[in-house]
Design a protein around this ligand. Structure first.
Ligand code: NAG
Ligand code: NAG
Ligand code: NAG
Ligand code: NAG
Ligand code: NAG
Ligand code: NAG
Ligand code: NAG
Ligand code: NAG
Length: 510
């Protein structure tokens, strides 16, 4: 194994206070925030979201309006972001497997800060907890990891609005996490301010992941009469079956099961409209609850006088389908699942707010935070990087701070599999790519196990959505002859992969 050099360790005695990092994560949060509303923005944003914390953070951040996840599922997405390796490198495609066992002994984002002298403290859902991360990847943190219990999960309700009385007796999980984050910030503040030791504090909130338990008061922002049905409550015309995610799981909750619905999870299944509206309202309420708890943590940074020296990053681990395409949950390759919120506040550099619509990917956050904190640069990974502990399959986004119109990449790549386990055996892998005007997906045979092989010549199905006329991805044009020549170009670009989508990318190691 190549030995790593840590030149930054030599800089430790320098007295100048280094920048801290407050690393905020939310679960299943689609970019349904006020800050994402805009005429040129295709995602359906509920028009009156109440998300004042994230909207105001966005106003002093680099707001990445078009950030895409590597895979729309918690463990693969978080692993990709935290190791800066895509699923085909980490071999993490599912909940359960741990990258250090199946991918490589990669240096993670918090671990990199730890190696550079930071105090790294994590709480809640940052890595996917449990065996997916060997219990939160202990090597990443200088301090014991903190989890808060979810005492409402056992109610097994898909959503419930919790009264103030009940909340007072039994606080919600994310409230406990925010309380802990505040306590931790108070503890690390003195040394961070004196320049003795900077911190990297990671706070992973659980909502708006199911089950949607939230304080009842947040429902007041979303009167039922203001909630709309999904604009496209049907599966895309010409969608291949392999693209579908079966959300049968949603039918098992105690407040759904008695409805006696047949076919929950099937293509073109729709909940009764009154149920659909209630589900959407519960999700929005959870968004506002999450926003509120994040607000308490960020406010503490201000109280402690740490704001002008602390980088704040925020991301939601992937999107979520709220009935669009008659689909629910995330596990697909559609825009609604792969597109997620991400923003980075860097004091002194982004205070006026910078908005970019350039393509960015979740694997980019690791090298970006390293550069923003002035840690040694992370090199691009060689094609086979299982044995390379530190490298990136993304790019630092700092050029966007200087000029948000810089084209760093001409497409964003994601993937999702079906019909098998790509880690250990055979499966169908769906590779998808978002370009300025199209989403293009190919579902191909894939063999895992010892060698990981993508059989591009064994095509199962393809999808092509033309965002210029079909931003909701309702019409699959892959078999439309009018699109035959563009499909050829897109197919070649998809198969060439992420390195070739970087202008000048030929110079990156291959
Ligand atoms: C993995 O890396 C960590 C440090 O980053 C080290 O402590 C550990 O021994 C390594 N494990 C293996 C199996 O090499
Ligand atoms: C789902 O509904 C849409 C719109 O009615 C229709 O075009 C499509 O063929 C349906 N899909 C399936 C698999 O039934
Ligand atoms: C979804 O899963 C349920 C339960 O396993 C099954 O009955 C149903 O046929 C599945 N639907 C599709 C479209 O695969
Ligand atoms: C939805 O409407 C149906 C029929 O009108 C009713 O039986 C059901 O209780 C309603 N469900 C909800 C969740 O409001
Ligand atoms: C941050 O604010 C403190 C107190 O107001 C001040 O002493 C310090 O110089 C500021 N640091 C930066 C990097 O602006
Ligand atoms: C990684 O190291 C192992 C053990 O030394 C070796 O068998 C394997 O070929 C290496 N993989 C790559 C991609 O270099
Ligand atoms: C970026 O492009 C937009 C639209 O073309 C333009 O209005 C804006 O001035 C550009 N910004 C910079 C910093 O070049
Ligand atoms: C094929 O694409 C053209 C151009 O967008 C469109 O006018 C036509 O309706 C499409 N054909 C089908 C069968 O969808």
């Amino acid at each position: 194994m190549p030995t790593m050099q840590w030149p930054a360790l030599l800089l430790l005695p320098v007295v100048l206070a280094r920048k801290n990092v407050l690393f905020l994560v939310s679960d299943d949060m689609r970019p349904n925030l006020g800050a994402y509303l805009g005429p040129d923005f295709p995602s359906p944003v509920y028009p009156v979201m109440h998300t004042p914390t994230l909207d105001s953070l966005a106003k002093r951040s680099l707001l990445l309006k078009r950030a895409y996840v590597s895979q729309a599922l918690c463990n693969p997405s978080r692993t990709a972001l935290l190791t800066s390796r895509r699923p085909d490198t980490s071999h993490i495609y599912a909940i359960g497997p741990y990258f250090r066992k199946y991918g490589g002994n990669f240096t993670t984002l918090p671990e990199y800060f730890k190696k550079n002298g930071y105090r790294t403290i994590g709480m809640g859902k940052v890595f996917h907890p449990g065996k997916s991360s060997g219990n939160d990847d202990p090597v990443s943190w200088t301090d014991p990891y903190f989890h808060a219990p979810d005492k409402y999960a056992k109610d097994d309700l898909i959503w419930q609005a919790v009264s103030e009385e009940r909340e007072a007796q039994q606080p919600l999980q994310d409230s406990l996490l925010a309380d802990n984050a505040i306590k931790v910030l108070q503890e690390v503040a003195p040394k961070a301010k004196s320049g003795e030791q900077p911190f990297f504090v990671a706070v992973g909130l659980h909502r708006p992941h199911l089950p949607w338990n939230f304080p009842a008061r947040f429902m007041e922002y979303y009167p039922l009469e203001n909630i709309r049905l999904p604009p496209n409550y049907f599966a895309p015309v010409g969608m291949p079956t392999v693209a579908w995610h079966n959300f049968t799981n949603m039918g098992r909750y105690k407040n759904i099961k008695p409805l006696g619905l047949k076919d929950v999870g099937n293509i073109n299944f729709t909940f009764p409209h009154n149920v659909t509206l209630e589900l959407r309202r519960a999700y929005y309420s959870c968004m506002s609850f999450t926003d509120y708890e994040l607000g308490r943590v960020i406010a503490e940074l201000d109280n402690l006088g740490l704001s002008n020296n602390t980088i704040i990053s925020f991301w939601g681990d992937h999107g979520w389908q709220l009935g669009e395409h008659s689909e629910w949950e995330k596990q697909t390759n559609f825009e609604d699942a792969t597109h997620a919120p991400m923003m980075i506040h860097i004091p002194g550099l982004t205070d006026q707010g910078i908005v970019t619509e350039q393509f960015t990917e979740f694997v980019d956050l690791f090298p970006t935070l390293a550069e923003a904190a002035e840690l040694p640069k992370i090199e691009t990974c060689p094609e086979h990087s299982q044995n390379v502990t530190l490298c990136t399959e993304g790019l630092s986004l700092m050029p966007l701070v200087k000029n948000p119109n810089t084209t760093l990449k001409t497409a964003a790549f994601s993937q999702y599999h079906r019909d098998g386990d790509p880690l250990t055996g055979k499966a169908v892998m769906g590779y998808t790519m978002r370009t300025d005007t199209y989403r293009y997906t190919e579902w191909v045979k894939f063999t895992g196990g010892k060698k990981f092989v993508t059989h591009w010549n064994k095509l199962v199905a393809a999808e092509l959505y033309d965002h210029t006329v079909d931003p909701q991805e309702n019409y699959n044009q892959a078999l439309n002859v009018t699109y035959a020549s563009i499909r050829k170009v897109l197919s070649a670009k998809l198969r060439a992969g992420w390195r070739k989508a970087i202008p000048g990318g030929e110079t990156l190691s291959n």
